[in-house]
Design a protein around this ligand. Structure first.
Ligand SMILES: [Zn+2]
Length: 447
C-alpha cells in the first residue's frame, strides 16, 4: 500500500484560494502523473474554495427527507460536468458517480443530501468570521459538495499504488429523522457494483472516526379507554394513568442493571420525548399518546430493548383485560445498530490520514448512513470534513479554515481503503463490539 497523504511538500503552498469552478475530471485510465501545479493557489486551497462555493449553492435548496430531488438534480449535473463517469439518479433518489475506476469490490464514499429543515425555514448560507453559517451547512451539505473533489485528489493519492479498488461516490436521500436511512439502505441492496467498504461523510465532525452505529427503534404508543367521571366512575381505568405507568417501566429498561441482568453488553438509552392525552382534570382519560425512542449501540442490545419494550406495552393490555383499556404501538422509526473494531483497517486508515495532518482523532458512536452498511455486513466508518457546531439549528456553522485539511484526510482515507488488499472484516468482527464501549465517546448522537 503506497497511498500516503497529500502533504504541503507534494502539492505546494496551500495559500490563496481560487474561486473558479474547475471540472474535477475523472480519468478513464489512471494517469501516471497527476497535474499538480506548484504555485499558489495550491490544489487543496482551490478544492476547498470550490467545495465551499458549492456548499453555498446547495444550501439555497430545501431538502427535507424525501424532498431532496432539487439538490439531487444539481449534484448530478455538477458531477456530469466534472467528468465523473456512470452518473445517475437511482429510483430511490440517490445520486451515483464513479470517482475512480479500479478492480474488485468498490469503496463507496457517501454523504446525505437531506437536512432536517423543510421549506418553511429560510435557506441560505453566509460567510462570517471564517465560518459558513446556515441551516444544514455541515450536516451534511459540505460533505455532499466535497464528493466531487475525490477524482482529482485520489489520482494524486494513488500514484504508484498499482491496482486499486474502484471508488464510487453516492449522495443519499432519507438519512435524517423519518428518512430512516432509506437512501443508503436501498443503495446497498442494489448497487451497480459489489461494495466492499463504505465511508460515510458527516461534514462537521473532522477528527471523529465513527466505528459504532447507534441503532434505534421508535414507537408511537396510543392507550385508549372508556373515559368517565373522576368521582362517579373512579374505578374506570384511565388511559393517562396506564400510559404513565408504561412510561416509567419503559424508562426503567435503560437502568444499567436491567440490561446487565439480561446479559446484554454495550449501552442502551430510552427516551419518551413526547406525551399528550386526557380530556379534562375531572375526566378519567379516554386516550393518551406518547412517543418512545429506544437506542442501543449493539444489534443484540437493540433487539433485547425492543423485545422488552413490546412486553411492557403488551402486558398492560393483558393486565387490564376486561377493563376496557387498549394499547397500540405503531413503529415510526428503525435504524440498525452495528460497528467495526477500532483496529479494523478501514478505521486505521482514517486515523493515519488524520495523524498525517496533525489532527487529533478519536473513535465515536453515532447514527449515520454507515449503520445501513453494518446491517448489510459491509465494514464502514464515518468521518468529517471540518469542525462545526449547532447542527440541526438554523444557525449551524462550520469552520472554513479546516476544509482543505478535511478534504485531504478524506481523500487519503479513501485512497488507503482503495489500496487495501481486503477491507472485508471477518464476520465475527462485524458483530457486536462490546469492548468498544470503554473507548468510545457517546456524548452525542447525530440524527
Ligand atoms: Zn448528518
Amino acid at each position: 500500500m503506497s497511498a500516503h497523504g497529500i502533504g504541503a511538500a507534494a502539492l505546494g503552498p496551500g495559500g490563496g484560494g481560487g474561486t473558479t469552478e474547475q471540472p474535477a475530471g475523472v480519468r478513464e485510465e489512471p494517469a501516471g502523473v497527476p497535474e499538480l501545479p506548484a504555485g499558489a493557489p495550491g490544489p487543496l486551497a482551490g478544492a476547498a474554495e470550490r467545495v465551499i462555493v458549492r456548499t453555498e449553492r446547495l444550501c439555497l435548496l430545501p431538502a427535507p427527507p424525501f424532498g431532496e430531488a432539487a439538490r439531487a438534480a444539481v449534484v448530478a449535473d455538477w458531477w456530469r460536468a466534472d467528468g465523473l463517469a456512470e452518473v445517475r439518479i437511482d429510483p430511490t433518489g440517490n445520486v451515483w458517480g464513479l470517482a475512480r475506476r479500479g478492480v474488485g469490490p468498490a469503496v463507496l464514499v457517501a454523504a446525505h443530501l437531506d437536512t432536517v429543515f423543510g421549506p418553511d425555514v429560510e435557506h441560505g448560507a453566509r460567510r462570517h468570521d471564517g465560518r459558513l453559517v446556515g441551516p444544514g451547512v455541515g450536516d451534511d451539505t459540505i460533505a455532499v459538495a466535497a464528493l466531487a473533489e475525490l477524482p482529482r485528489l485520489l489520482e494524486a493519492e494513488l500514484v504508484g499504488a498499482g491496482q486499486a479498488r474502484p471508488v464510487w461516490v453516492l449522495a443519499t436521500v432519507g438519512e435524517e429523522g423519518v428518512g430512516n436511512l432509506a437512501g443508503i439502505t436501498a443503495a446497498l441492496a442494489d448497487p451497480p457494483v459489489p461494495v466492499g467498504a463504505v465511508i460515510a461523510v458527516e461534514g462537521n465532525y473532522l477528527g471523529r472516526v465513527t466505528v459504532t452505529g447507534v441503532g434505534s427503534v421508535r414507537f408511537a404508543v396510543t392507550v385508549t379507554g372508556p373515559g368517565g367521571h373522576a368521582w362517579e366512575r373512579s374505578a374506570t381505568p384511565s388511559a393517562v394513568h396506564a400510559a404513565a405507568g408504561m412510561v416509567s417501566r419503559l424508562a426503567a429498561l435503560a437502568a444499567p442493571q436491567a440490561a446487565e441482568g439480561a446479559g446484554v453488553a454495550g449501552r442502551i438509552a430510552v427516551n419518551v420525548g413526547r406525551i399528550s392525552g386526557g380530556e379534562a382534570i375531572n375526566i378519567r382519560a379516554a386516550s393518551c399518546r406518547f412517543e418512545v425512542d429506544l437506542r442501543a449501540d449493539t444489534a443484540a442490545g437493540l433487539a433485547w430493548l425492543e423485545r422488552e419494550a413490546r412486553l411492557v406495552i403488551e402486558e398492560l393490555v393483558i393486565e387490564e383485560q376486561g377493563a376496557e383499556l387498549a394499547a397500540e404501538a405503531r413503529e415510526i422509526g428503525r435504524r440498525p445498530a452495528g460497528g467495526i473494531p477500532a483496529e479494523h483497517p478501514l478505521a486505521s486508515a482514517a486515523f493515519a490520514a488524520l495523524a498525517r495532518r496533525g489532527l487529533a482523532a478519536r473513535t465515536h458512536a453515532a447514527s449515520t448512513d454507515a449503520n445501513a452498511a453494518y446491517a448489510a455486513g459491509i465494514p464502514a466508518i464515518t468521518i468529517g470534513i471540518t469542525h462545526g457546531e449547532r447542527e440541526h439549528t438554523i444557525d449551524e456553522w462550520i469552520d472554513l479554515a479546516q476544509v482543505a485539511d478535511g478534504l485531504a484526510a478524506l481523500a487519503d482515507t479513501a485512497a488507503q481503503a482503495a489500496a487495501l488488499a481486503d477491507t472485508a472484516a471477518p464476520a465475527a468482527a462485524l458483530a457486536d463490539i462490546a469492548a468498544q464501549a470503554a473507548r468510545t465517546d457517546r456524548s452525542k448522537w447525530d440524527a
